[in-house]
Design a binder for this molecule. Structure first.
Ligand code: PMP
Length: 296
């Protein structure tokens, strides 16, 4: 699904076939989860492939690496150029791009001095599909920000996401919604959360979540549409009184939620502020200010 015999990937400054790419069995990321990554999408635009918010994603990758004491010897501009070359070499236009910075061999708990930079891309449809989601309130909480850098995109943090997703799917739901350590609503396993009540959108503030690049884009778009967005802590009971709710993220884009724990939202998605913003989002991803670097 992710590659075939012809797929080319970037590994430590070289372009190699995906089937020939490998990492050592003693690398610290594999044993202890200290690696950082990104999830980025490129979309077909009038001028070729357009990597949406490329600068923001690679800035976050550099930020995450710094927070986790992992060396990343590339600038944002170099990483953007590698990503466009990757698309070009694989003849991809609408694509998902996955950079991963992983540590060298080390069984100690000191950060490794050695690091590796990998980047791959593949075609990926909307992550959660187009159908409104039946969501489960997870029995797992998001990690306490005093135990890790929740705002960084760290490999090890995703064990929490895997547990929550598995629990929800096992019980017949499409997706999980997790609370934070104070019992307030936080986010999904790989997406931020919004709800709509009386034409106002609410979303948890930064602090106990990974405040995503899509979330920031949605807030910008809401401003353009004169829709008020309130960033505040709220409980699941506030959400049950909402008209609508939706997840946002690079992979999921904007995904409407039909119900949480079987409680259906009353509002029609097609008439909601979230749906209007979604339509704008679909337009916006095809145009941003990095078209100068686009490979046609
Ligand atoms: N929260 C979590 C836990 C995530 O993994 C993601 C995906 N990166 C998001 C939110 C959404 O972030 P973004 O919009 O930057 O993809």
């Amino acid at each position: 699904m992710y590659y075939n015999n012809d797929t080319t990937v970037f590994l430590d400054g070289k372009w190699i076939k995906a089937k020939d790419a490998s990492s050592g069995m003693y690398n610290q990321t594999m044993h202890y989860g200290n690696g950082v990554f990104e999830g980025i999408r490129a979309y077909q635009s009038t001028e070729g492939s357009n990597i949406f918010k490329a600068k923001e994603h690679f800035e976050r990758l550099i930020y995450s690496a710094k927070k986790m004491h992992i060396k990343l010897p590339y600038s944002v501009e170099e990483l953007i150029q590698i990503a466009y070359t990757l698309l070009d070499k694989n003849e991809l236009v609408d694509a998902y791009i996955r950079p991963l910075v992983y540590a060298g061999d080390s069984m100690s708990l000191m950060p490794s001095n050695d690091s590796h930079v990998f980047m791959a891309a593949w075609k990926w449809e909307k992550y959660l599909g187009d159908k409104p989601l039946n969501v489960m309130l997870s029995s797992f909480q998001r990690p306490n920000p005093k135990s890790c850098h929740v705002e960084a995109k760290v490999v090890g943090h995703y064990t929490n996401s895997i547990l929550a997703t598995q629990e929800a799917k096992e019980l017949g739901y499409d997706e999980a919604l997790l609370l934070d350590m104070h019992g307030n609503v936080a986010e999904g396993p790989g997406a931020n959360f919004f709800y709509e009540k009386d034409d106002v959108l609410y979303t948890p503030p930064a602090g106990n979540i990974l405040p995503g690049i899509t979330r920031a884009t949605i807030i910008e778009l809401a401003k353009e549409l004169d829709i008020t967005v309130v960033e505040k802590h709220f409980t699941i009971d506030d959400v049950y009184k909402a008209d609508n709710a939706f997840f946002v993220g690079t992979a999921v884009e904007v995904a409407p939620i039909a119900s949480i724990n079987g409680e259906k939202f009353k509002g029609a998605w097609e008439d909601s502020a979230g749906h209007n913003i979604y339509l704008m989002y679909r337009q916006k991803v095809r145009y941003n200010h990095y078209q100068g670097l686009t490979i046609v």
